[in-house]
Write a protein that binds this ligand. Structure first.
Ligand SMILES: Cc1cc2nc3c(=O)[nH]c(=O)nc-3n(C[C@H](O)[C@H](O)[C@H](O)COP(=O)(O)OP(=O)(O)OC[C@H]3O[C@@H](n4cnc5c(N)ncnc54)[C@H](O)[C@@H]3O)c2cc1C
Length: 626
């Protein structure tokens, strides 16, 4: 992509670094400047691997700008802690008359908790329970009108984690702590309460959610509105040995463990007592999964080489095993190819069209697809460290809920309607990685229109009116329905200037087949959370008896893609804006960092992150094993 296009994108947006949300940054195709394999730069543990002054000048300006933009626009969380007001659930009393003090569920009597902290404000208001403290949940809290509900947030993590930078934390570029913000602080803005625990089950008939507190005790929280935003868990796809022999990269603990292990391996390999073969094994890093997380982790790991004695470089191998025919296969093909070239330049081995069949203690086994009969198709790679990053699946809690609701039959996630309401349950929403929006029922709208008109076919004007109605209900189908004239002509097979029901059915079936579910990204989760936060705020202004009617007229959720980014190593990153605009290079890398700075939930994390990056540029990466 050309520089002028990049500039246009930036100008079109008042706060450009904020819009390309949480993925990985913005375009310019500048030439990568480093990693000449014959003459690598000579960094040490105490000096930066780049030209620090040149780099610092450019980046300090970018970082300061982003900091200021972020400061001016951010939702700055209040630093005052409210923990003094907190009381543990077993001390809480069921004060409201509306609820019993305890309830028998599944043969066990559990306490019903109506007040989770010493603060009784809003306790008589409708009850909103939010499960999770990730992207979707915090976006709801950001949009929720303060004091609109008695809101309780339940999560086993008392912090929000900025997941897009986990690969950087795992390879030592940023400190893990810089990615965390206290959920209690985030809750303060909306006057919500936090309770550390895990949702175990939802008792739909009582409108209560069963929580297992941090202390392991079960209790019930009543809700009028329940939001399920518990995310998803790593998916092993049933491959044997994955849980035992690989590392995931999903939590802050994962990042810490990986970083520790990585430094350990380099130090072990540097021991004078090691043989060549042992060194090769220790410094073999295999990443299963060639999506953005796998690619970023591979790139960050390879960058580390330059911090260790030159001697080790010849023993290091970084391999990505990808089942599709390209890495970053959700990006445009041009970007995937660009990323693959960058990886090859850095001696990162990319194996595509390959499926991992087993992971043993120190070796991974994979099978190549499309190999001619009689030729070898199964291979093994010994490793010192293997990272599994192939996709996500349902959490146990989500599965449990899925099983008990008859209308739920999606194996991947909880199905919601276009307004993010959980299908088959009242007062419950599901957002983020744990949810998927049902396939649009466009044909129902067409049939209603036919009934209204009392006709069996539509002329062009009537057809346009139906399409507009479909678009209002299912904004996600806009990309396939915007060219109405062309659609009408394409499906008017008999050239009658009318579309019969069968012709429209055929058209909608084709469109349905082309619609894909939204990806499991922070970008989607944050937008869904923001939508729901606004909706819940507006509902709170009405009596609960009016909620159902108001909701059905509330505009459906519409996703806007602001671009996907990935770091590909050597201070290069790539971007795909999703509408045919893509690019990569060093410029994109700085915008990627700027975008991440501006997306921080607090000024504190923004400052910590900026500090980590500047520190890294001046002093190099922290390679201590701590
Ligand atoms: C390493 C990595 C890098 C990524 N990079 C990007 C990127 O660059 N761009 C992008 O758009 N997306 C990225 N993603 C994807 C993104 O992180 C997810 O799509 C996003 O976190 C989903 O948000 P969520 O709110 O649905 O779930 P999460 O953010 O996962 O939050 C789920 C929350 O629920 C809590 N929880 C879990 N179980 C329970 C329970 N039983 N009861 C109550 N609470 C529970 C968890 O503790 C957590 O707080 C990345 C993901 C990873 C792992």
């Amino acid at each position: 992509m050309s520089r002028s296009i990049a500039t246009r994108t930036l100008r079109a947006t008042p706060t450009p670094l904020i819009r390309p949300i949480l993925s990985r940054q913005l375009p310019t195709l500048s030439t990568p400047k480093r990693f000449n394999t014959t003459q690598p730069p000579l960094p040490t543990a105490t000096s930066s691997p780049r030209n620090p002054y040149l780099f610092l000048g450019a980046s300090a300006a970018a970082l300061t700008g982003a900091l200021l933009v972020g400061y001016a626009t951010a939702e700055i969380v209040d630093a005052k802690d409210d923990s003094s007001q907190n009381i543990i659930p077993e001390q809480a009393q069921s004060t409201g008359e509306k609820y019993p003090k305890s309830l028998m569920v599944n043969g066990v009597e559990l306490p019903v908790i109506t007040q989770v902290s010493g603060d009784a404000a809003d306790v008589d208001k409708p009850r909103l329970v939010i499960l999770g403290s990730g992207w979707a949940a915090t976006s709801i809290l950001k949009e929720l009108e303060p004091n609109s509900y008695y809101t309780v947030v339940v999560s086993p993590q008392n912090y929000f984690l900025f997941t897009p930078l986990l690969p950087e934390a795992a390879s030592g570029t940023v400190e893990a702590r810089s990615l965390l913000e206290s959920i209690r602080k985030i809750c303060r803005r909306s006057r919500s309460h936090y309770c550390e625990g895990e949702a175990h089950d939802v008792h739909l008939e009582h409108k209560m959610v069963e929580i297992v507190g941090l202390d392991g005790k079960h209790f019930l929280l009543p809700y009028d509105k329940l939001v399920i935003s518990v995310g998803a868990q790593n998916n092993t796809f049933g491959v044997p040995g994955v849980k035992e022999n690989t590392h995931f990269l999903k939590t802050i603990q994962d990042a810490r463990t990986l970083r520790y292990k990585l430094m350990n391996l380099f130090e072990a390999a540097a021991l004078p007592t090691k043989t060549d073969e042992e060194r090769r094994q220790l410094l073999s890093f295999v990443i299963a999964g060639g999506g953005p997380t796998g690619v970023e982790y591979a790139a960050g790991t390879y960058d580390l080489i330059h911090y260790f004695p030159d001697l080790l470089e010849k023993y290091v191998s970084v391999t990505i095993i990808q089942s599709a025919d390209h890495i970053l296969n959700t990006f445009s093909e041009a970007i995937s190819v660009f990323a693959e070239k960058k990886m090859q330049n850095q001696n990162i081995n990319v194996i595509t069209n390959a499926r991992v069949t087993a992971v043993e203690k120190e070796k991974i086994v994979y099978k190549k697809k499309g190999v001619a009969k009689g030729e070898k198709d199964t291979f093994e790679i010994p490793f010192g460290l293997c990272v599994w990053s192939t996709g996500v699946g349902m959490r146990d809690f989500t599965k449990r809920l899925n099983d008990k609701i008859e209308m739920q039959n999606n194996k991947r996630a909880l199905e919601v309607d276009s307004r993010l309401r959980l299908k088959g349950a009242e007062g419950i929403y599901a957002v983020g990685d744990c949810a998927t929006i049902e396939n649009p029922k466009m044909i129902d709208i067409v049939i209603r229109r036919f009934e209204k008109l009392g006709a069996q076919r539509l002329n062009y004007e009537e057809f346009c009116a139906v399409i507009r109605e479909i678009l209002a209900e299912y904004p996600q189908s806009r990309v396939h329905l915007s060219k109405m004239r062309q659609l009408f002509d394409d499906y008017d097979v008999d050239r009658s200037a009318y579309l019969e029901l069968e012709e429209i059915q055929k058209m909608l079936k084709d469109i349905n087949n082309k619609l894909t579910s939204l990806p499991a990204t922070a970008q989607v989760a944050a937008q869904q959370g923001a939508y729901l936060g606004k909706k819940l705020s507006s509902l709170s202004l009405q009596a609960p008896s009016a909620w159902a009617v108001t909701e059905s007229t509330f505009k459906p959720f519409a996703y806007r893609h602001f671009g996907s980014f990935s770091y590909v190593g050597g201070d290069n990153a790539v971007v795909d804006m999703g509408d045919g605009w893509s690019g990569g290079g060093v410029g994109v890398y700085f915008l990627w960092r700027g975008a991440y700075l501006s997306k921080q939930v607090s000024f504190r994390t923004r400052a910590l992150l900026a500090f980590d990056w500047v520190k890294g540029m001046v002093f190099g990466r922290d390679i201590t094993r701590s």
